[in-house]
Design a binder for this molecule. Sequence first.
Ligand code: RB5
Length: 148
Amino acid sequence: MIALGSDHVGYELKKIIMEYLDEKGIPYKDFGHYDQERTDYPMFGEAVARAVASSEFEKGLIFCGTGVGISIAANKVNGIRAVVCSDCYTAKLSRLHNNSNILSLGSRVVGADLAKMIVEIWLETPYEGGRHQNRLDLISEIEKKECN
Ligand code: RB5
């Protein structure tokens, strides 16, 4: 199950991706924002991040104008590895090497077709594990230091 969230700027692209997920039969839950009325991205980044960090949701897709602000908010939650992507290579490698669990897209950066391609690659690419796991463990160590 995929958790989705956006601010007002990312809302239209989120709708396009929700239609794409519907076509593919991939289940999801939208954590808002639910229209284009001006709002603030941090709360939606946090909502999706908490849904993924709790393991209730496998992965998250988040959207704002650049994908940057909402990803910064999401990455404040322990266990979240949110990546801003505007190309397929980064999307693929962020799964293979970084086990990214949230994909962030900028509605003012990527067009609908590229966004769908990035989402498809990101969703279908597994984490490679192996030599990369130690690096992710080191990131978890940083999180533990921040909690104390
Ligand atoms: C909102 O104007 C815009 O700043 C937001 O969507 C996002 O791009 C922030 O990173």
